[in-house]
Design a protein around this ligand. Structure first.
Ligand code: LRH
Ligand code: MN
Length: 388
């Protein structure tokens, strides 16, 4: 396969950001199950994330969530990350866990509440300055539960006003990415419910504003790879929150529930230049490891993304284009399925060996004894979680 050399170099250069909250306790409204050895603070979360990078070689950045990862000295946290061989990635705002935000944050009818929310977003930009992060990731739980509860268009005006103020605060090398979600926690309207709404606001804001595609945030049956191809064509795809689901926003491991969908998404990314660092697309895991061991789950998820990426990079694009141009429906589909049905695990093992890594990242992690170490050391204190 002539695609292999290029595929190998792209796989060596791949960067998959892991979420700090993926290392803490998480759950559902029914139960948050605590696990032994869970970090108690952002410093320990970074240490766990560094294990994922050490085992895979392709997870050099960690996304923070504020206030879950609030510390007194962000320069100290940054130095701690760099000493561990990782960097601080996107800064995630949180305007969904304060009683004042019951009926909205930046879309709230009361200007005082909107002011409070905007000030939080501006604080997140300050944290970007002190941690060296270049991206602010915005997700708003804002919405309504009943028809008539609030004015849909007026809420969009309030949202646009808040976004414009934050956009104006961004430095030259900084950007914001706006995430959409169909529903939950709001169950009638969500103020940023779909890619079109996020895209429209980002277009109005300017070049430093792009869209986040969270793979768990669509109505069942949505063709996510169409959205990806469209946004890449427009230069407005800013980031992915990768996870998987069987039903709603299940936040399961990326590639676990639907590896074929992840492949189709990565195929559109790869063929439209989205893997090129110049495209500025960030690939982040946004998952919750409610019942499974958290560091191995992050490692497995990174491997799932690598496997989907490798399969996408092995698509014979010239044969595909020839079949598509000829209107050869079955031929074109067969080209894609050949790549998808290729076992890329030996190729990835080779890439890891070429990177000086153990070809089996999970075995590498088990061999460190880190899991036993943190269970023995992390006794007492308050385990990190969503603090909800
Ligand atoms: C919302 C979301 C968002 C994060 C949160 C942890 O569902 O996907 O990206 O802020 O999960
Ligand atoms: Mn998300």
């Amino acid at each position: 396969m002539s695609e292999i050399p290029a595929a190998k170099s792209a796989l060596r250069a791949q960067m998959i950001e892991t979420p700090s909250w993926g290392y803490g306790n998480s759950g559902t409204r029914f139960k948050v199950f605590a696990q032994q050895g869970v970090p108690r603070d952002p410093f320990e979360k970074l240490a766990d994330a560094a294990q994922v990078h050490a085992a895979t070689g392709v997870a050099p950045t960690v996304s923070l969530h504020i206030p879950w990862d609030r510390v007194a000295d962000y320069a100290e946290l940054r130095a701690h990350a760099e000493a561990l061989g990782v960097r601080i990635g996107m800064i995630n705002s949180n305007t969904f866990q304060d009683d004042d935000y019951r009926i909205g944050s930046v879309c709230h009818p009361d200007l005082k509440v909107r002011r409070k929310a905007i000030d939080h977003l501006l604080e997140c930009v300050d944290i970007m300055d002190s941690t060296g992060s270049n991206a602010l990731k915005l997700w708003f739980a804002d919405g309504t539960n009943y028809p008539g509860q609030d004015d849909i268009a007026a809420r969009q005006d309030r949202l646009a006003e808040a976004l414009a103020e934050v956009y104006a605060r961004l430095g030259d090398e900084q950007r914001l990415v706006l995430e959409y979600k169909l529903f939950e926690p709001a169950f009638y309207t969500t103020d940023v419910p779909d890619w079109g709404t996020s895209y429209a606001h980002c277009l109005k804001l300017g070049p430093k504003a792009k869209v986040v595609v969270d793979t768990g945030h669509h109505a069942p049956g949505t063709n996510i790879e169409f959205i990806v191809a469209f946004l890449l064509r427009e230069g407005k795809l800013g980031a992915f929150d990768l996870n998987s689901r069987f039903y709603a926003d299940d936040d399961l491991m990326a590639g676990a529930a639907d590896p074929f969908q992840l492949f189709r998404i990565l195929h559109e990314v790869a063929k439209n230049g989205g893997l090129d660092p110049a495209a500025g697309v960030a690939f982040m895991l946004d998952q919750c490891h409610n019942i499974e061991a958290k560091i191995p789950a992050a490692i497995r998820s990174v491997m799932n993304v690598q496997e989907a990426t490798a399969k996408a990079l092995l698509v014979d694009l010239s044969a595909l284009r020839a079949a598509q141009t000829a209107g050869d429906v079955l031929g074109a589909n067969a080209v894609l399925m050949d790549a998808y049905n290729t076992d890329v695990r030996p190729l990835l093992a080779e890439v890891r060996e070429e990177m000086g890594l153990n070809p089996d990242p999970l075995a590498a992690y088990r061999g460190t004894g880190y899991a036993e170490k943190i269970i023995a050391e992390r006794v007492g204190g308050t385990q990190a979680g969503w603090g909800a």
